[in-house]
Design a protein around this ligand. Structure first.
Ligand SMILES: [Zn+2]
Length: 137
């Protein structure tokens, strides 16, 4: 009985990985997680916005809700990457990374705990700003 349960669970995980590998969706998320892993399944709102690219970002809001995709800085489309690595308006929240690890990409930076904390703080602030912006409309 126990072996049967373990076999079925392994099969489910293998099928899930197969679907993950074959899917054209979630390409951004695949940069962070290429292998399916039950221990990495977490329900944390802010980091998950970074890992999925779904959330308050202009690019996503524009694609899904036809809102303006350009960042408030006016320089680029407001993607996750732009906000947490390049945007001059939000760089003050990145205490631990831009100056210390300029050559790492966002995947590498998110593997460093202090950088991940900065990015999550930035996303929290971004969301708060967006909500306050809605109140003033
Ligand atoms: Zn910007």
């Amino acid at each position: 009985m126990q072996d049967g349960v373990i076999f079925k669970e392994r099969n489910i995980i293998l099928k899930w990985q197969e679907r993950w590998d074959e899917s054209q969706k979630g390409r951004w998320t695949k940069m962070f997680f290429d292998r399916f892993n039950l221990t990495k399944v977490i329900g944390n709102f802010y980091p998950n916005q970074i890992y999925t690219g779904h959330g308050v970002f202009g690019e996503y809001q524009g694609r899904i809700f036809q809102k303006t995709a350009t960042c408030l800085c006016g320089e680029e489309i407001e993607t996750v990457e732009h906000l947490v690595r390049k945007c001059r308006l939000w760089s003050r929240f990145l205490v631990n990374w831009q100056k210390n690890w300029p050559n790492l990409n966002i995947v590498g930076l998110m593997q460093i705990l202090s950088c991940r904390r900065d990015a999550v703080r930035l996303i929290e602030q971004q969301l708060t700003f967006r909500i306050e912006e809605l109140d003033t409309d």
